[in-house]
Design a protein around this ligand. Structure first.
Ligand code: COA
Length: 704
């Protein structure tokens, strides 16, 4: 079904208010009042069966009687009347319905909500909400909400899943001096979701940054795709960090896949910057909405105070844009604008003697210099300087530099004059903050945006060329035997179909067969019990390693069988796996879950105690590109171990990244079959020497 564009929702030329009320204090009254007082220029059609006039507007008894099919209808009638109103709007040809009313899926009535969406779609209409505050748009002077006023004007637009938070952000925009063009309450997302709004806002000429407060998505993949296609910066504050889906986990990966980690991964892949908290959402949105991305890594800091310079240096390290000394020619030029005792390295300390001229000269030169990819200008209020004049010098210097497309952020530390000067800067397009670390954090967001977009724009990996049917055959065989997991041997067969380098493993049904296989594979070997009833083989005494000769193989065979029977008398034993004993390497774990929001998702971490105790793992929604996989390695605390510590050679990260790509292709192709899986341990060797998957586990999806 083709559903119309959201233009009529976001920029309505006329609006009906169904449930408009003449009684002050009611939401249906407030919406009419807001449309009027905040200067909405379109036609307003209040609808109420009992009133004739509200705030000077003519009132209509029902939707059918208004003179035109309005672009949008704001609905403020109680829940039990909403379905009829949606239908009436559809018949009238109103395509955009802003349903403020509460009392649907959020209180358990999903059915009524679904019926409304079904009815709306029948007419090609869309629903925003229900259970929302409404929409505020500065560029349209449209306050179609019960928020008290339009927010401070600004260039970012915010989508909020919490109505109360939206109202709070509206009011605090004035206190913080961070404005928005639009505030959109998204509520229950019965129909229009984040993905729809991201797609629309990305084309909106009045929005330069898309900010969002997220509690959870219904369809994570649609969100990722919409964000990947968007060209504007997107920043999200996600609440709710509790684990989900972990309770019934049958794999290591399943027990470690908390919502926060998977969402964090999805945001990265979507190219969405994360805000640490509400303050951060404001701060980073401001920079992202006013300044271009930072395309290189060279950040220069100008300051008149050593203290703020050091704070900025620390913050630069923390936020991933560490300062480097400026090249000699840059230092030589900057030296001309400071006393002998100043420093032209980086941060460039002009000392407390810096006035308008020095700020102007150093800013203009630095901003224009090709070495500088981003500039942060710091200022501490002194008695000899006027903050507003300093601000004006900075702005003029940037304009006069003749350069465009580089980011600059500013921090003024001082009193009221500094606060006012910063407001002036923001009004003139330069984000300014009351602390040096905030200015650094802001420019770091612009750097992050650039880097993320680079990765997002990589060609997606292809899933072709693997023997999907063969893998399904192995899985179906297990299913016909009534099993919901594969044995290690079967799991390894599936892994090798996808090109994962598993240790050579074969099944022995007798002691003699075990000896013959051990000789074929070559001593030393490992022997393991193979039984669908024994998932934790080591706990059952079902694993023997470093078996060096025939006698040891015979002994191991008997001991493992005896242990397994003692562990579970009636266990169905397929036999004993004889496998190649892989040489020692760095142990890592790979795994997958089928996340309820994002679907097939990969995990990577260092093995052993790193995963058991420290839970030092990271995630990506599949498919995972080679570069994304390489990025995963730097995200864990144990990253230096893969890079090579204490004189050890670096590990083969390229080979490991390739395995992650292949693994992710496997869980995408087999998403209807695999519920969770682990490759644990995977041994990673020195660069150029590859990796080996030593153990494998695949838990199957339950089929109806
Ligand atoms: N067409 C037009 N008007 C209708 C109507 C219909 N089919 N059915 C009822 N109305 C009118 C009513 O007559 C009333 O007008 P009145 O004041 O002149 O009598 C008006 O619609 C509102 O109905 P009322 O029964 O008075 O409800 P209310 O104003 O107390 O509450 C809601 C209605 C929608 C505000 C309330 O049900 C609700 O959902 N509140 C929560 C909203 C919220 O917080 N949303 C955001 C969450 S973040």
């Amino acid at each position: 079904m083709k559903l119309d564009s959201l233009d009529g929702l976001m920029k309505p030329k006329s609006v009906a208010v169904v449930g408009a009320s003449a009684t002050p204090g009611k939401i249906g009254y407030t919406v009419i009042q807001n449309l009027q007082k905040d200067g909405y220029k379109g036609a307003v059609y209040p609808i109420n069966p009992n009133a004739t006039e509200i705030l000077g507007y003519k009132v209509y008894p029902n939707v059918t009687s208004i003179p035109e099919a309005a672009d949008a209808a704001i609905i403020t009638v109680p829940a039990k009347f909403c379905l009829d109103v949606v239908d009436e709007c559809g018949r009238k040809g109103i395509k955009n319905l802003i349903i403020i009313t509460s009392g649907f899926s959020e209180v358990g009535d999903k059915e009524l909500e679904e019926k409304m969406v079904e009815t709306a779609h029948k007419y090609g209409s869309r629903i925003l909400g229900p259970n929302i505050v409404g929409i505020c748009s500065n560029s349209e002077k449209f306050n179609g909400s019960f928020a008290p006023f339009l927010p401070l004007e600004g260039k970012s637009s915010l989508i909020s899943q919490s109505g109360a938070l939206l109202i709070a952000i509206d009011a605090s925009s004035y206190i913080r001096g961070v404005g928005f063009d639009k505030l959109i309450s998204i509520g229950n997302m019965a129909d229009i979701d984040f993905a729809d709004l991201v797609t629309w806002l990305d084309k909106d000429e009045n929005t330069s940054c898309i900010s969002m407060y997220v509690e959870g998505f219904k369809d994570g993949r649609t969100f990722i795709e919409a964000c990947q296609k968007a060209s504007k910066p997107i920043i999200a504050l996600k609440s709710g960090v509790s684990a989900h889906g972990a309770a019934a986990a049958a794999s290591h990966t399943g027990s470690l896949a908390g919502a926060a980690k998977v969402y964090g991964a999805a945001f990265q892949q979507a190219g969405v910057i994360q805000a640490a908290d509400l303050d951060d959402l404001f701060d980073r949105s401001l920079a992202l909405s006013l300044q271009p991305p930072m395309k290189g890594e060279n950040l220069l800091v100008l300051t008149n105070g050593g203290g703020v310079g050091v704070l900025a240096t620390d913050a630069a390290e923390k936020y991933g844009v560490p300062l480097k000394f400026a090249p000699a020619d840059v230092q030589a030029e900057l030296k001309k604008h400071m006393p002998e005792f100043g420093s032209a390295k980086n941060p460039v300390d002009m000392t407390g003697m810096a006035g308008n001229e020095w700020y102007y000269a150093t800013t203009k030169f630095s901003y224009a210099h090709k070495w500088v990819d981003g500039l942060v200008v710091l200022y501490c209020e002194t008695a000899m300087t006027n903050p507003l004049e300093i601000a004006q010098s900075i702005k003029k210097a940037v304009d006069d530099s003749g350069v465009k497309g580089k980011p600059v952020t500013v921090s003024f530390v001082g009193g009221e004059r500094s606060v006012n000067a910063m407001r002036w800067l923001v009004d003139h397009g330069i984000p300014a903050y009351g602390a040096p670390d905030l200015a650094i954090n802001a420019i770091a967001a612009l750097r992050e945006f650039y880097k993320m977009k680079e990765i997002v724009n990589e060609a997606p990996i292809s899933c072709e060329g693997f023997q999907y049917e063969q893998a399904v055959e192995i899985i179906n065989k297990a299913r016909t035997e009534g099993r919901d997991s594969l044995t290690e041997i079967e799991a390894k067969q599936v892994f090798s179909i996808y090109g994962l380098p598993v240790t050579a493993t074969e099944l022995a049904k007798t002691e003699d067969e075990a000896v013959a296989l051990a000789k074929k594979i070559g001593f030393p070997v490992v022997m393991k019990i193979v039984s669908p009833d024994i998932l934790h083989k080591s706990d059952a005494g079902g694993v023997k390693v470093n078996i060096k000769d025939e006698a040891a193989a015979r002994d191991a065979y008997q001991t493992i069988l005896k242990n397994a029977k003692a562990y579970k008398a009636n266990a169905n034993i397929h036999g004993i796996a004889v496998q190649e004993m892989a040489p020692w390497g760095t142990e890592v774990i790979l795994g997958s879950v089928n996340d309820p929001t994002f679907g097939p998702t990969m995990m990577f971490g260092l093995g052993g105690i790193f995963v058991e105790v420290l839970k030092d793992v990271t995630f990506r929604v599949a498919p995972v590109s080679q570069n994304q996989a390489l990025r995963m390695f730097s995200e864990i605390r144990g990253a230096p171990i893969l890079a090579g510590v204490r004189g050890e050679a670096p590990r083969d990260r390229e080979a490991l990244a390739d395995v992650i790509c292949r693994y992710s292709s496997m869980i995408i192709q087999l998403q209807d079959e695999i519920s969770e899986s682990d490759a644990n341990p995977v041994l990673v060797y020195e660069e150029g020497k590859g990796v080996k998957v030593v153990d494998a586990r695949i838990i199957l999806k339950k089929k109806a």
